[in-house]
Design a protein around this ligand. Structure first.
Ligand SMILES: [Zn+2]
Length: 263
């Protein structure tokens, strides 16, 4: 197999996997502006998707990659634990330093609305960031020249990108963005994958060394956003969270299923 066709295959597969993100957001075209109650259900769904994705498509694969590179059990787990904590710290710092958006003239006036929008953009940023190591993983799996392995990785990642795209789009709709803008944001987030895929397939060895860190950092960021932003935000809308819990469990179950059937 020549290098050119390997790179082409890796780039194409990660592009298709990335485009699945916007496919997942398309059902939203049929939805009008959701009520507060529905918003919490949808935010819960997004939170559940992010939690399951963090463990099943980021943390567990990160430990596996580290082990395959020859790290022992303790070293592999320790490395990924460190990456998860660093990812959480980084997003916490970002959370703390971002000024309220209305002060920047971005969000609508009013602290509550602006805090909510800021949280939603952190969610979008966390999901977008995690698409980077994921796209890289697709590229790396093609980089070895084993297309069967590459296709399975791309399929698995593509499938779990659908609920993630939906999560991004519904979250943006809950703070008043139009359906069109919400779906475009899901598309933009997915397009990170072919870029990362191209890098992964081109520099397999270096990308492989980065993967346990990249996947772990992304997981830490996503878990932190769920715990520190999405859940408190839902509780601020409706005391007790309303249907947040049912949404969370539905998203978690759907994502867990998608993430593990190709394990
Ligand atoms: Zn994902």
């Amino acid at each position: 197999m020549d290098t050119g066709s390997i790179i082409l295959a890796g780039a194409t597969a990660s592009l298709i996997a990335g485009l699945a993100t916007v496919v997942g957001a398309i059902p939203l075209l049929g939805l009008r502006r959701p009520t507060e109650e529905q918003q919490n259900l949808l935010l819960g769904f997004a939170a559940g998707v992010m939690l399951a994705a963090s463990f099943f498509s980021l943390i567990i694969p990160a430990i596996e990659v580290a082990r395959n590179q020859g790290a022992g059990r303790i070293a592999a787990s320790g490395q990924v634990v460190a990456a998860v904590l660093l990812g959480a710290l980084a997003i916490a710092e970002l959370n703390r330093r971002l000024p309220p958006l209305d002060r920047l003239g971005l969000g609508p006036p009013g602290i509550a609305a602006s805090a909510s929008i800021r949280r939603i953009w952190l969610l979008v940023a966390a999901i977008t960031l995690h698409n980077f190591p994921e796209g890289m993983a697709v590229g790396v799996s093609f980089g070895g020249g084993d297309f069967e392995q590459g296709r399975m990785t791309a399929l698995g990642i593509g499938l779990q990108n659908m609920p993630e795209g939906l999560a991004i789009a519904v979250a943006l709709m809950t703070v008043g963005y139009s359906r069109r803008k919400a779906i475009l944001a899901a598309l933009a987030s997915g397009l990170v994958e072919p870029v990362a895929g191209l890098i992964g397939v081109s520099i397999v060895t270096a990308a492989q060394a980065f993967l346990p860190w990249g996947l772990g950092l992304a997981a830490g960021a996503m878990i932190y956003v769920v715990a520190a932003d999405i859940i408190p935000d839902a509780h601020a809308r409706i005391a007790g969270g309303g249907r947040l819990g049912s949404g969370l469990m539905t998203g978690l179950a759907a994502m867990m299923f998608l993430d593990t059937i190709f394990g």
